[in-house]
Design a protein around this ligand. Structure first.
Ligand SMILES: O=C(O)c1ccccc1NCC(=O)[C@H](O)[C@H](O)COP(=O)(O)O
Length: 261
């Protein structure tokens, strides 16, 4: 069993429990559910930097990154730095995040917010909208082609952007469909946790130009972004590099300043 299999097995139990406690009707009548969303894909198309900064306390590959960070402060710091969007990990067990982190980020900034979650049910998409998300992540490795289609079309019907994440060619081939806005290539090998920008580079030519290309994970320098841009990437998802510092917002300011130079 690899880490994704374990996460998904736990996620199925978590979602079933939540469904039995909180009915969808409660989410659908919430204030945030009515909110007009902001498109991350549009923000990336208009940006010359393309940074999506992540709020990440810990992960399966790093036991502790920044356990005590305050999500509202970090969100404001990222917005002040001029990032295009913010990713908020909402998984509790493996990442120390929560759906409340998403609400706190929403209350603090106007930035497009990505709910970074292991989505296996439409219930979580409704939940994402009701907690202030603008974008959902779909992970090709844990979904069938039909699920990708159903979930992405459903998210679009709610006004949410969809970022579809792949790790290899097979996942990419089964995923390309018009209901996606962004195609993300994850540079982290989930068996070994090693990161290699070569994954983004080699898959880039297989991604049609109508999708915004996003490179995810293991981006720790401005040089990495300069290396990836010629491969057509317009978005760069960065977590640990900012979150491992005392002041993630300040680190993002420095990073973006160097990127513009
Ligand atoms: O980060 C992990 O260890 C991880 C393990 C298993 C599944 C997903 C995982 N990470 C989610 C992400 O996609 C990253 O948090 C995101 O791309 C940012 O990565 P980084 O800049 O390397 O923190």
């Amino acid at each position: 069993m690899n880490i994704l299999d374990k996460i998904v097995a736990d996620k199925r139990k978590e979602v079933e429990l939540k469904k039995s406690i909180i009915p969808v009707s409660q989410y659908e009548t919430s204030v945030l559910f009515e909110r007009e969303t902001n498109s991350l894909a549009q923000a990336l198309k208009l940006s010359d930097t393309g940074i999506i900064a992540e709020f990440k306390r810990r992960s399966p590959s790093k036991e502790s990154i920044n356990q005590n960070a305050n999500v509202g402060q970090v969100a404001k710091g990222y917005e002040n730095a001029g990032v295009c969007g913010m990713s908020v990990l909402t998984d509790i067990k493996y990442f120390g995040g929560s759906i409340e982190d998403l609400v706190l980020a929403r209350a603090s900034v106007k930035l497009p917010l990505l709910r970074k979650e292991f989505i296996i049910s439409e219930y979580q998409i409704i939940e994402a909208k009701a907690h202030g998300a603008d974008v959902i992540l779909l992970i090709a490795a844990i979904l069938t082609k039909q699920e990708i289609k159903t979930f992405s079309e459903f998210a679009k019907s709610l006004g949410l952007d969809v970022l579809l994440e792949v790790h290899n060619e097979a996942e990419l081939h089964k995923s390309i469909m018009p209901s996606l806005d962004m195609l993300g290539v994850n540079n982290r090998n989930l068996k070994t946790f090693e990161v290699s920008l070569d994954t983004s580079k080699s898959l880039s030519k297989l991604i049609p130009d109508d999708f915004v290309k996003v490179s995810e994970s293991g981006i720790s320098s401005v040089d990495a972004i300069k290396e990836l841009k010629p491969f057509g990437y317009q978005g760069f998802l960065i977590g640990e590099n900012f979150m491992k510092t005392d002041n993630p917002g300040k680190s993002a300011i420095e990073f973006i300043k160097n990127l513009k130079n």
